[in-house]
Design a protein around this ligand. Structure first.
Ligand code: NI
Length: 138
C-alpha cells in the first residue's frame, strides 16, 4: 500500500485538544489517530448509506421468565436468518440472559432488526454496535 503524506492547517487550540485526546486514548502519533478517525467516519458513512453491506453486533439482556419473550426474540431472528450469522447466549444468573448476535447485511436492514429486537417488550437493555465488513475500507 502506497503512503501519501499531506499537511493540515489547524487552529492551535484545536490541535492542542487533538494532541490531548491522542495522549489520553494512547494513539502512537497523530497519523495513527487520523487513520482511525477517518476509518470510523467511513464506517459511519457505510451505515448512513443504508444499502451497503456492513456488519455489527446486537446485544440483548432479558429475563427468560418473561412470558413468551425468548420465543418472540427467537422468531424474529429466524425470520432474518440470512442477516443473523451467529449468536451466543449466556445465562447471566437464575433469571437473566445475555444474547450477542453477529449480524451482516445492508445497514438499513440491520438497524430495523436491531430496533425490533431491542424494542420488544421485556428486553431490559439492548444495543447495536456498528462495524464493517472491511470490504470498502482499507
Ligand atoms: Ni439464558
Amino acid at each position: 500500500m502506497a503512503l501519501t503524506r499531506f499537511g493540515i492547517s489547524l487552529d492551535e487550540e484545536l490541535l492542542g485538544q487533538f494532541d490531548d485526546m491522542i495522549a489520553s486514548r494512547g494513539w502512537a502519533n497523530r497519523s495513527e489517530a487520523l487513520r482511525d478517525l477517518i476509518r470510523d467516519a467511513l464506517v459511519r458513512q457505510e451505515w448512513e448509506a443504508g444499502s451497503v453491506e456492513t456488519a455489527g453486533t446486537i446485544t440483548l439482556v432479558y429475563s427468560h421468565e418473561t412470558r413468551e419473550l425468548a420465543e418472540t426474540l427467537n422468531d424474529i431472528q429466524h425470520s432474518h436468518h440470512d442477516a443473523v450469522v451467529s449468536s451466543m447466549h449466556i445465562h447471566l444468573d437464575e433469571h437473566k440472559c445475555l444474547e450477542v448476535l453477529v449480524v451482516r447485511g445492508q445497514g438499513k436492514v440491520i438497524r430495523a432488526i436491531a430496533d425490533r429486537l431491542i424494542g420488544t417488550r421485556g428486553v431490559l437493555h439492548g444495543s447495536l454496535s456498528m462495524t464493517t465488513t472491511g470490504r470498502h475500507i482499507k
